[in-house]
Ligand binder design. Sequence first.
Ligand code: NI
Length: 172
Amino acid sequence: MKLPIILHPDPRLKKTCAPVPDLSDDLRTLANNMLETMYDAPGIGLAAPQVGVMSRLIVLDCVKDENEPSRPLVMFNPEILSFSDDSNVYEEGCLSIPDQFADVTRPETVKVGWLDETGTPREEEFDGLWSTCVQHEIDHLNGKLFIDHLKPLKRQMITRKMVKLKRERARA
Ligand code: NI
């Protein structure tokens, strides 16, 4: 089932999300619905607060090549365990901030720990787009958007455009 995506600005996108205490069928269904919503958008990552659920859950799949098999990842309680000193710049966007893109600097590689959909603890080091994406999604769980990494003027400009877009959509 496709879920409606909350658009910035919205107070729910500014809150810290609560850890998931126990995995349940409801949470697994939510994760599947989030993946469906993400692929449909289309996007490469989605965090629970973007669909109005204030729990530490993200989904991602950064495989871009159509000839490669997809790799949907579901992460409950994801945590950055370590990150590289080297940084990387990627042009980022967000399904909650449609049509707005900006360069964001982040650590080049990160080691992340999480619980998968079966409740098994996992650990993996990510680089490239995967690293950027997983950091972007974990930021969402801490009430942080990619525009919070930008200079205030640029952030305000994007926010003003979003307020206008939401007003237009509400009228339509
Ligand atoms: Ni986002």
